[in-house]
Design a protein around this ligand. Structure first.
Ligand code: HBI
Ligand code: FE
Length: 288
């Protein structure tokens, strides 16, 4: 959220924008929507989601019916990687978002979508935030990566480089793929929480799948309204953490500022192309 209009927390929220989750206020229908979404994804993800993601789902007991209670979830997560889950009413300003992350607090929307919005919703709800993001926080390398990202965000804010750093978040935390011994797997929250994109990202011939390169990713535009045209593949979460903590981002931002952005779906010199996409889906979903 770079074009921030709200700068003060809404009525009822704390100065850091958190609100009580108010678990007791969810209706039976709210819990039933969670269960429907959960059942759909749980069937799809074995063999598609990364090992780290599936392990997180399991150790955090997310298969327990109903919307998770953040306190109980935070207790389990805290014991594993020191992270907590805190409730927010919706999107929060970038600096608030980064500050929480740098301090191992993951902000999660406390509301859930309606049954007529199972497949698409603009604002991140509790299903996207908790089912999508939280399992990866149980992985020590990924958990440290997000802390480094939050710290980097606070610094990037002052360097007017948020546009570049937001692309890194997009192409890893939201839409990342990882190469595992058995094949490519999804770990990005935007994919694992989406019924259609869970298959599209791995199995469709349309998108490019390209080896992750920090500078390349930060130069690449993205689309927020449809399936991605590029997915970037990391070799491991350790490798992602390492490149993030070992890179000095300030000179990298300067280098990127002097170069053109890369359009979605474009292949450039130096790309490690794993799958050259047909881009058929993006061209209008016309078969043949
Ligand atoms: N707020 N609640 C919430 N969730 C997000 O994912 C989020 C946000 N505020 C800002 C933000 N994301 C982005 O600017 C980052 O992706 C860079
Ligand atoms: Fe998200």
């Amino acid at each position: 959220m770079t074009e921030e209009t709200l700068i003060h927390p809404p009525e009822g929220a704390a100065a850091d924008w958190t609100v009580p989750q108010n678990w007791a206020h969810y209706t039976p229908e709210d819990h039933a929507v969670w269960d429907t979404l959960f059942a759909r994804q749980a069937k799809l993800l074995p063999g598609r989601a990364s090992d780290a993601y599936l392990r997180g789902l399991d150790v955090l007991r997310l298969s327990k019916p109903g919307i998770p209670d953040f306190e109980e979830l935070s207790d389990r997560l805290m014991a594993l990687t020191g992270w907590q889950v805190v409730a927010v009413p919706g999107l929060v300003p970038d600096d608030v978002f980064f500050e929480h992350m740098a301090n191992r607090r993951f902000v999660a929307g406390n509301f859930i979508r309606r049954r007529d919005q199972l497949d698409y919703l603009q604002e991140p709800d509790v299903f996207h935030d908790v089912f999508g993001h939280v399992p990866m926080l149980a992985d020590p390398a990924f958990a440290d990566y997000l802390v480094a990202y939050g710290q980097g965000g606070l610094r990037a804010n002052g360097m007017h480089a948020l546009k570049y750093l937001a692309r890194l978040y997009w192409y890893t935390v939201e839409f990342g793929l990882v190469a595992e011994p058995e094949g490519l797997r999804i770990y990005g929250a935007g994919i694992v929480s989406s019924f259609a994109e869970s298959r599209f990202a791995l199995e469709d011939a349309s998108p490019n799948r390209i080896g992750f390169d920090l500078e390349r990713v930060m130069r690449t535009e993205y689309r927020i309204d449809d399936f991605q045209q590029n997915y970037f593949v990391i070799p491991s979460f350790d490798a992602l953490l390492r490149v993030t903590v070992e890179t000095d981002f300030a000179p990298l931002y300067d280098a990127i500022r002097g170069q053109a952005d890369i359009a979605v779906g474009e292949i450039v010199a130096g790309d490690a192309v794993l799958t050259l996409g047909t881009q058929e889906y993006a061209r209008g979903k016309v078969p043949g």
